[in-house]
Design a protein around this ligand. Structure first.
Ligand code: H79
Length: 424
């Protein structure tokens, strides 16, 4: 890095992200007008390019209230938000000088809708991420257009023109000093072709504290599984699951297949238990109204996150499977073990193989102290006894009950095999 300042370490830059646990993704674009797939609908030939672009005329932003969006996102318990500044269709939400394909020049909204959101989100204390599609299926100098129709192959001059345009738009975004860049579409070109390293260097030079998702052909900071919840803990120390509330990223009124609040809370807990974040998506209407189903989910999430703050933010991945029949997490210093009870217990909870003494156990967000009871500890064996915890009906949460256990030190687990009884 140029200059005297020492480059911040990756751990320093990603510290807030590691602690954040919940973010809200926003897919807002002209695809909300017809309620069809963002960009892919024309790329895959489900609608002609011209008809897709006619949606520009319906993007009004008449009822757009960025302060309300930010308030609602804050209320959900999210610590950050990521908004689509430009999807693969190339339609920019800000007043870019590099193309007139933007909502100021080409839609009845007639104004930059990005700057006001960034400002509102920051006023609510949210970290702000900008989604930007590296590929641009609308740009005359971008090689790919439709799935079965390319503009050109191998034309260094045209590609150089596109690169100049791409760096121009990215540089415009750096003026927002984003806390996070969320790239997408990197798979269409190599790191070398995108000049991925140069992009990364530019972003970090302009905003030394920023972080970058993995979709920059190897030059990002954290992994981004999409839609599928990992089954086992991802290898990456930093990761985020991005997921839709129904089956669509943008507003699609015909898609009523919403996950319930309960399901989403359990997915959040699943991510937390593996040390990751959930980036949950909303898709506002073309006039800026957030669909009621999505508002209800954000508020429902907010009820749970507000009650269980201490068991969410700043936690670390829990203990390995096998010790407890459910999700767990640990406090940063590893002395508090959180148990997430996502089903009605049919008797006391059981923890196996915990060598620590439990100094105190309580119901998070409720305060009730719980009795713990160790049985089956043999004086001649290293194997810890069975730790039972009763969770009375009246302290249980309607979605996920969280039990905290203050241990006598850092969590210490018995991980030996026990007696070998099988030999195949
Ligand atoms: O913005 C949302 C989606 O539009 C976008 N990312 C989220 C956040 C997205 N959709 N699909 N993808 C990203 C992944 C692309 C999948 C692909 Fe493929 C599979 C690219 C390469 C293999 C499908 C098959 C497209 C090209 C070949």
């Amino acid at each position: 890095m140029v200059g005297q300042e020492k480059e911040l370490s990756k751990d320093q830059r990603l510290a807030w992200f590691k602690d954040a646990k919940l973010g809200i993704f926003i897919h807002w674009g002209i695809y909300a007008v017809n309620g069809i797939d963002e960009s892919w609908s024309f790329h895959n030939g489900y609608i002609s390019y011209d008809d897709y672009m006619k949606q520009l005329d319906g993007f009004t932003a008449t009822n757009y209230n960025p302060e309300y969006w930010a308030e609602l996102i804050k209320e959900s318990g999210a610590k950050y938000t990521v908004i689509t500044t430009k999807h693969h269709d190339g339609v920019a939400l800000w007043d870019t000088k590099y193309s007139d394909l933007n909502v100021v020049d080409k839609t009845p909204a007639k104004r930059d809708v990005l700057t006001s959101f960034v400002k509102a989100a920051r006023s609510e204390g949210l970290k702000v991420g900008l989604y930007y599609s590296l590929l641009d299926w609308s740009h005359p100098d971008y090689p790919n257009f439709l799935r079965d129709k390319k503009r050109y192959t191998d034309d260094a001059k045209r590609w150089a023109k596109f690169t100049k345009f791409n760096f121009g738009q990215i540089e415009e975004l750096t003026k927002f000093n984003p806390d996070l860049y969320w790239f997408d579409g990197d798979w269409e070109q190599s790191a070398e072709t995108w000049k991925a390293k140069e992009i990364r260097d530019l972003l970090l030079e302009k905003t030394p504290t920023t972080i970058i998702n993995s979709r920059l052909q190897g030059y990002g900071d954290y992994a981004t599984p999409e839609q599928g919840i990992p089954i086992t803990k991802p290898d990456s120390k930093y990761w985020e699951l991005c997921m839709t509330m129904n089956n669509s990223w943008g507003y699609q009124p015909n898609d009523t297949n919403y996950k319930s609040v309960n399901q989403i809370i359990r997915i959040l807990v699943d991510c937390i238990s593996m040390g990751g974040n959930l980036l949950l998506d909303i898709g506002p209407k073309p006039d800026g109204i957030i669909p009621q189903e999505q508002i209800d989910i954000l508020k429902g999430l907010g009820r749970w996150t507000n009650k269980h703050k201490s068991a969410i933010y700043g936690t670390r991945a829990g203990i390995p499977f096998g010790h407890f029949n459910g999700y767990t997490a640990l406090s940063k210093d590893k002395t508090i073990l959180y148990l997430y009870v996502d089903n009605k217990p049919n008797g006391p909870l059981l923890i196996k193989g915990l060598k620590n003494k439990v100094n105190r156990a309580w119901v998070v967000g409720n305060g009730t102290k719980l009795k713990t009871n160790v049985v089956g500890k043999l004086y001649w064996s290293d194997v810890p006894g069975l730790l039972y915890i009763d969770v009375p009906e009246d302290v249980q949460d309607q979605d996920v009950t969280v039990i905290a256990m203050q241990l006598d030190g850092e969590v210490d687990l018995y991980r030996e095999k026990g007696q070998v009884i099988e030999s195949n």
